[in-house]
Design a protein around this ligand. Structure first.
Ligand SMILES: Cc1cc2nc3c(=O)[nH]c(=O)nc-3n(C[C@H](O)[C@H](O)[C@H](O)COP(=O)(O)O)c2cc1C
Length: 192
């Protein structure tokens, strides 16, 4: 049985995004737990805001197709979302929306089929983005993604990282590793 393949990304395109930093740490932890992890930066896959007329005239944007294929090629999702006004970031929602669109004969549910997901968030605030993850969980469950009940949120994230990108607090590092390991082990069981 091959190692679980995990696609990891953050719902922020910002160059110095705290959620991207957390996604990198979590992706490394999943690699250490035995997964083959692809980390992508959504800034490398610019897509327009979903617009039905645009879709009707031009079909799916090329970057949307690339993202769809990445979803199809992986067994699990490691998602890290900023919290914007107590919900998931607009970039994360727009990305998941475009990916859910039918492409030719391929149903929009195909990229989500059989997937396991682990949710993470980082925020400068004291709640760490936990309210956004409630909505992200709901969206993914609507696609029948198996979302792990465990999740990780990083409060005061602007103070949480060392210059090399590591998490300063050992308790947080351990919690991130535990969730990454859980994602790898549940995904491996789903594949067997
Ligand atoms: C429009 C907007 C709304 C926000 N709403 C929240 C919020 O509801 N809760 C929260 O903890 N942080 C909120 N923030 C702060 C972001 O979580 C913070 O800027 C975070 O660093 C953004 O993620 P990034 O660093 O990955 O780009 C908001 C920021 C913006 C721009």
């Amino acid at each position: 049985m091959s190692d679980p393949k995990i696609l990891a990304f953050a719902g922020s395109a910002r160059r110095d995004s705290l959620n991207k930093k957390l996604a990198r740490v979590a992706a490394d932890a999943a690699r250490a737990a035995g997964a083959e992890v692809t980390f992508i930066d959504l800034d490398d896959y610019p897509i327009p805001l979903y617009h039905g007329d645009l879709e009707e005239m031009q079909g799916l944007p090329e970057n949307c197709r690339r993202l769809k294929q990445l979803f199809v090629q992986h067994d699990a999702l490691l998602l890290v979302s900023p919290e914007n006004n107590a919900s998931v970031s607009a970039l994360m929602k727009n990305t998941l929306d475009w990916i859910s669109r039918q492409d030719g004969d391929q149903s929009g549910l195909v990229p989500y089929k059989g997937k396991v997901a682990a949710l993470f968030a980082a925020s400068t605030g004291g709640f760490g983005g936990m309210r956004g993850l409630i909505h992200l969980r709901h969206i993914l469950q609507n696609f029948n993604v198996l979302v792990l009940s465990e999740q990780f949120v990083l409060p005061h994230a602007h103070e949480a990282f060392a210059i090399d990108g590591a998490i300063k607090d050992a308790k947080y590092s351990a919690a991130i590793s535990a969730l990454a390991q859980r994602l790898v082990s549940v995904t491996a069981k789903m594949k067997s």
